[in-house]
Design a protein around this ligand. Structure first.
Ligand code: SIN
Ligand code: FE2
Length: 198
């Protein structure tokens, strides 16, 4: 994985958080449910961009253009994030989806691959804000050995090339490690290209 510790400096983290609050005001965080079982995930989720990643019991993992609760289109991806994509990622087209995950308390995310996109040539870029998250990343097989990274507020991770389909997840959040979010917890913003560009 390509790791860019502290790629987003504190003043930019504050500005990004303000933009994120506007996104959430328009597109509230919701509780995603696992396909088939309908079990709730421990993260809270929303999106910005032309497409957003959602999941529920009935229809499972997918991208769609509207918020599952409000039925409204997702708000646009903040310019700061589009700029970051073009600065960090070498790809011919902009991202279409920005998934917002919020981890409070004991929220975590099991090991998975990001594979609901049509385009695996495009990298996946993520930005962390708030408390440190213990990120686990392995290879393209679930059995491959994994490595852990303590992702701090402002850290950027890119999964590209042979790492694009690497298994990854969040073991846990270290409460009280950042004062960026008054409410505590961690936001992770994941930028993805969903469709193949022309
Ligand atoms: C994800 O894989 O959707 C989130 C990863 C993270 O929170 O860093
Ligand atoms: Fe992921």
């Amino acid at each position: 994985m390509n790791y860019f510790p502290q790629r987003v400096e504190r003043p930019a983290q504050i500005a990004l958080l303000a933009a994120l609050r506007e996104v959430i005001a328009e597109a509230p965080l919701f509780i995603p449910a696992m396909p088939r079982s309908g079990n709730p995930m421990s993260v809270r989720m929303t999106n910005c961009g032309p497409l957003g990643w959602v999941t529920d019991k009935e229809s499972g993992y997918r991208y769609q253009a509207t918020h599952p609760k409000t039925g409204e289109p997702w708000p646009p991806i903040p310019n700061m994030l589009l700029d970051l994509w073009h600065e960090v990622v070498n790809y011919k087209a902009p991202p279409e989806a920005c998934l917002v995950n919020y981890y409070a308390g004991s929220a975590k995310m099991g090991l998975h691959q990001d594979k609901d996109e049509e385009d695996f040539d495009a990298p996946v870029l993520s930005v962390s804000l708030g408390d440190t998250g213990i990120f686990r990343v392995g290879g393209r097989s679930r059995q491959d050995p994994t490595q852990k990274y303590a992702l701090k507020s402002g850290d950027v991770v890119v999964l590209a090339g042979t790492d694009r389909l690497a298994y990854h997840g969040i073991d846990r959040i270290l409460a009280g490690t950042s004062d960026l979010l008054p409410e505590g917890g961690r936001f992770n913003l994941t930028l993805r290209r969903v469709t193949k560009p022309e």
